[in-house]
Design a protein around this ligand. Sequence first.
Ligand code: SF4
Ligand code: SF4
Length: 374
Amino acid sequence: MRYRRFGRTNLNLSVFSLGTMRYLGSAMEAEGVVQRAIALGVNHLETAPAYGPSEAYLGQSLKNLPVSDPLYITTKVLPKGTCEDIMQQVDQSLGRLGRDHLECLALHGLNQPEHLGWLDQGGQGALEAVLASGKVAHIGFSSHGPLEVILAAMENPLFSFVNLHYTYFFQRNAPAIARAREKDLGIFIISPADKGGRLYRPPEKLDQLCQPLSPLHWAYRWLLSQPAIATLSFGPATVAEVDFPLGIADEDGPLTAIEKEILDRLDRVFQALPQGDRCEQCYACLPCPEDIHIPEVLRLRNLTLAYDMQEFGEYRYRMFGQAGHWFPGQPAHTCTECGDCLPRCPSNLEIPRLLQDAHDRLRGPQRRRLWETI
Ligand code: SF4
Ligand code: SF4
């Protein structure tokens, strides 16, 4: 296991962090996962009240484990409520985790300008009070929101670390990574394996393109080759899922010659998409009056066309209109062809046609309506 400095928190974190969102099976299974991860060198564990019994299971696991080396825990709090609410939530988390203080507390989902507004309307003071109480050493935030919101939040001196989506297949947040580095914020990447592309079950084409590595191995290496990134979350549901990522936890050097070939191959396949078919992810087309997240819809289409990532595309596409600010935007077929976005696209894409095509490709099998089953 390699360890990296987590920005100005000065914590020395394992390059893989155990995310505990998926281990909801049983307290015993959770304990096995935690035990195995710690035995293999993980020293940073991430949880949240929103992850069901995760905090309680983690607290129970740690009570039963003889842990001698330093162990760091991040939990989360939603950006809402009064100072009393926040203090109470932190106390409840500490109680469930069986600890008297935490190294890191992240605002969970600083996704919208309204969340920045909450900071101005008392949230900042609440978090400063948490720090002053000594119950938490460092405060950061996670975000699934627009780059502009992330960049604005990073200017707040309250934050010492960020928890972001960033993978080879989603590079929109590259300026946020660069800014975090300039500001010496700890950089923690959210779930490169699953929402980074459902890479536990990659399509055959992607598997071939990444040879001799697996797509998941490649995705981890692409991130670990960037020294500014301190740690990546991985979220095993079972003990058996712990070993693979940690087996490559020493591979933190620059990309090798073979890995650069993989990078070139993936880049070339993307560039080979016909020009009128390829969204360059510049985001200039937004906003859409129908609230369609045009670049994200077309990113999923890009991945399907270039790498056959159909299953991932369908899984994410079905979330449009369902997940609020955690995955914003309406399904693509709600485009009214108003044409507002067209002059803003430097690639002159026929956006309404591509959106309809994305919808047809990614909406998945039609579900039977209730009355059809009667
Ligand atoms: S043409 Fe469609 S996607 Fe473009 S702005 Fe109008 S509704 Fe939105
Ligand atoms: S402006 Fe065009 S190329 Fe840029 S993100 Fe929108 S659709 Fe894609």
